[in-house]
Design a binder for this molecule. Structure first.
Ligand code: HEC
Length: 112
């Protein structure tokens, strides 16, 4: 009886670890999906801003040091409050989604 219980607990632990792994892989991908849906029109699918709207609005390449040197808090503030012709996304995106976008922008920075 005790061994049965121990096996169940072990199985439950393995399941939790497996699910946690899936969840974290999804949150990296989630930022990219949101970016493609909401941001790519202006910033380009790859964040380089090479779209006709992006060139018009003179968006900076999100890979660039000028963008990457800003803190996560700075980037979150631009996304939620907007800046110049960059629209505010507060209320349109959840806090968690804005954080996923910041992680995605950091991924761009590490690609170069
Ligand atoms: C309507 C076009 C447009 C859309 C849509 C848009 N942006 Fe922007 N974004 C801009 C412009 C223009 C700027 C430059 C603002 C400035 O510096 O005056 C900018 C700036 C930024 C910056 C600051 C980079 C810098 O130049 O320092 C970040 C980060 C950013 N956008 C992220 C996003 C994210 C994430 C989304 C999607 C949720 C998004 N943007 C959607 C136009 C857009």
């Amino acid at each position: 009886m005790m061994t049965m219980l121990k096996n169940d607990v072990t199985a439950a632990l393995f399941l939790m670890i497996a699910l946690a792994g899936i969840a974290s892989a999804e949150s990296g991908a989630a930022g990219k999906d949101i970016f493609t849906a909401k941001c790519a029109v202006c910033h380009g699918a790859d964040g380089s801003g090479q779209t006709s709207i992006g060139k018009n609005l003179k968006v900076r390449d999100l890979h660039s040091p000028d963008v990457q040197k800003q803190s996560d808090a700075d980037l979150k503030a631009v996304i939620s409050k907007g800046k110049g012709r960059m629209p505010a996304f507060r209320g349109k995106l959840k806090e968690e989604q804005i954080e996923q976008l910041v992680s995605f922008i950091r991924e761009l920075g590490s690609q170069k």
